[in-house]
Design a protein around this ligand. Sequence first.
Ligand SMILES: [Zn+2]
Length: 156
Amino acid sequence: MGSTLTEDQRLQVEELLKAGESDLGIQRRTGVARSTVARYRKTLGLPGYRTTPDSPACRHGHAFPQNLGRNDKGHLICVACRRAHWRQAAARSYVPAQPDEVAVDRAAAGDPPERLTPRERQAAIVRLDRWDLSAAVIAERVRCTPRTVHRRRAAA
Ligand SMILES: [Zn+2]
């Protein structure tokens, strides 16, 4: 099996290998077969992309064995990297909770629902505050303590 890589391809593959790219990632970026990339990795003496128990650290520098774990397929993985990945995914899909407008309307009208979230209660207090009502009256309507109303006013 003679290597048919051009000099440019070979340099590109070596550069990506040294940068810590996976064999599959290099195949996708350069079109060079994964098996060929693996052969170059071996020639360069670089460790495999997959983590082994005797690696001193993951390729992002998290120390082993403290961060060594297994995924549900049984493959060795870096738990610090997995945590970072989950955190990123959670940050991407985060949507702040929106107050239920109907609940706020009801609370402002003096008929608060059974359960009012703190956010909804605050919104109702802010709305009633615009009508210059006393803290005691607002507290009565929203069904909270006057102290909550005072605290809301102090925070505004
Ligand atoms: Zn890691």
